[in-house]
Design a protein around this ligand. Structure first.
Ligand code: HGY
Ligand code: MN
Ligand code: MN
Length: 431
């Protein structure tokens, strides 16, 4: 491992300045180390409360302690490192991101926002530098919502908005979230203790890969997020009549899969009609299907997002009406279950300005942009002002894909901006 410090001659305080080039490389090395904690060797899959998830949590805790932080784990499984300030009564500066992943995803979505602050704090710790405010780095336990179809669990636990109904959600093996938590030594009854009060967090700053092509296409390393798009997610179950593939005439069929396909194509057509609106069918299944059987049942996911909430809700209304129309015509029964909804969340103007100032002080031409992806910040925003710093993705900006990538140089520059932001941060007097 490279050292992230160098004793630069002539440094007045004789404290070692942070070597950002080394820090950028160190962050990339640690992303690789963390990626070894996966459910499928060679594929990046780390879902909530699996052995891989537990291994990653332990590794993150080790790095937090090595950086001079105290570490606690809350009832949801968040791993929280605290770097004490000189005024323990002060509101905290919170940062962090999630350490769970989608299936066969990328290595940087989440971990960058955990490992970068840890590396910067290690630098301050080495210098013996403290700030008036404590800094807490939160490794959020569950943002993607893959295993139990309930996203943003860790941030909801901290925001005090954890919905206990999801404890009965089951994974593909029929294990409930409650059972999985208890098996990991987590007590759901203690979840309310994880909540942090409004005012206890002065600000939340998340560093995250852009997960899109904008910064890459404009040849920019960093961007300041203006808002996080809201989203509406559903699971749609369609029930028709199973039948013999060879004997039932097309005009007499109630084919659940074809009905799903018609709904899916309508979603694509409806969302393509409005700029800024996106619709995705990420899961499309014929449970227990067979090639020579007309599908009697089909299940699909629906994910609708837009920066403007009205744009999203209008599309959801149209899609639900279309589902009714298609199913009536086809003699299909529909069960639609909303699994998640979040309104668009704006980043605090004053924090955007401070982040922009830090970028300018470090030679970056400021660029603001919205986030089409959801993030823990949208939940933390219910109890604190938030900001996000986007870091360029390579490989066309691809994400939620093993091709997801970024550079050590951009990690180094993002670290410089993060350090500048924190070193110029002060808790607003209104706190
Ligand atoms: O789906 C999202 O937007 C995020 O990556 N969980
Ligand atoms: Mn993410
Ligand atoms: Mn993600």
């Amino acid at each position: 491992m490279t050292t992230i410090f160098s004793d630069i001659e002539g440094n007045s305080s004789s404290a070692p300045a942070i070597d950002y080039t080394a820090l950028g490389s160190d962050i990339m090395e640690r992303v690789e180390t963390l990626a070894l904690h996966t459910e499928q060797t060679g594929i990046m899959t780390r879902t909530y409360l699996t052995a891989a998830h537990r291994g990653a949590a332990s590794q993150i805790a080790v790095w937090m302690r090595e950086a001079g932080m105290t570490v606690r784990c809350d009832a949801s499984g968040n791993v929280i490192g605290r770097y004490e300030g000189t005024d323990p009564s002060s509101a905290i500066l919170m940062t962090g991101s999630h350490f769970d992943t989608v299936r066969n995803g990328g290595k940087y979505d989440g971990p960058l926002g955990i490992l970068l602050p840890i590396g910067c704090i290690a630098g301050w710790s080495r210098q013996g530098r403290r700030f008036p405010f404590p800094i807490e780095v939160v490794a959020f336990c569950e943002e993607e919502g893959v295993r139990f179809k309930a996203p943003l669990l860790g941030s909801r636990a901290i925001a005090g908005t954890f919905d206990n109904r999801v404890l009965d959600n089951v994974d593909e093996d029929g294990v409930t979230m409650r059972e999985a938590m208890l098996a990991e030594g987590l007590d759901p009854a203690q979840l309310p203790c994880a909540a942090m009060s409004k005012g206890s967090i002065a600000a939340y700053l998340e560093v995250h890969i852009e997960q899109g092509p904008v910064l890459l296409e404009e040849n920019r390393a960093l961007g300041v997020v203006t808002a996080i798009s809201g989203s509406s997610r559903f699971m749609l179950e369609l029930k028709g009549v199973a039948g013999h593939a060879g004997t039932v005439p097309m005009t007499l069929r109630h084919d659940a899969a074809m009905a799903c396909a018609e709904v899916a194509l309508y979603i694509e057509q409806r969302c393509s009609a409005s700029p800024g609106l996106v619709g995705t069918v990420g899961q499309f299944n014929v449970p227990d299907g067979a090639g020579n059987v007309i599908p009697g049942r089909a299940v699909m996911s629906i994910d609708i997002r837009a920066g403007a909430d009205a744009l999203r809700s209008d599309a959801v209304d149209d899609i639900q009406a279309k589902i009714t129309h298609i199913c009536t015509r086809r003699g299909i029964h529909a069960n639609i279950n909303k699994t998640y909804e979040a309104v668009s969340v704006s980043c605090a103007d004053w924090l955007q300005q401070r982040l922009t100032d830090s970028m300018q002080r470090n030679g970056c031409t400021p660029r603001s942009l919205p986030s089409g992806a959801g993030h823990d910040g949208m939940i933390i925003a219910t109890i604190a002002p938030i900001a996000m710093l986007f870091v360029r993705c390579g490989n066309g900006g691809i994400s939620h894909n093993p091709g997801e990538t970024m550079s050590a140089e951009d990690a180094a520059l993002a670290s410089r901006v993060f350090v500048d932001f924190v070193e110029n941060f002060s808790v607003p007097t209104t706190q």
